[in-house]
Unconditional design. Sequence first.
Length: 124
Amino acid sequence: MILRHVPIALAAISLAIPVSAQSDNADRAQQTLSLEQRTALRCSAAFAIVSALQARGGAQEYPPLAQRGREYFVRSAAQLIDDTGIDRAGIAALMQREAEAMSDADRLEAAMPACLLLLDSSGL
């Protein structure tokens, strides 16, 4: 799978927050997250990328993620804000970092099976 449209997904994830604010918030926040929270971030980023690819006709090997993936993304971000006190800019920066890490096709493909199981277990 070639991830040519990942920059579009990254732009959506960043939520138009200045890069300097993203970097500072992400550095502080990354140190405080639990494994569960890091997994929610990783899967949210993976779903955003796959959803963007699917909107352009790619990533058809995965179930449609436009609705379920977006809902998981939104709920995870809100839960992270509530649980950690990290502001929206910090969460956006963390999601962008995860999405950048997932721009490698092998990493995305490795993450998706577990993320899809997590999505199914979430009831969405």
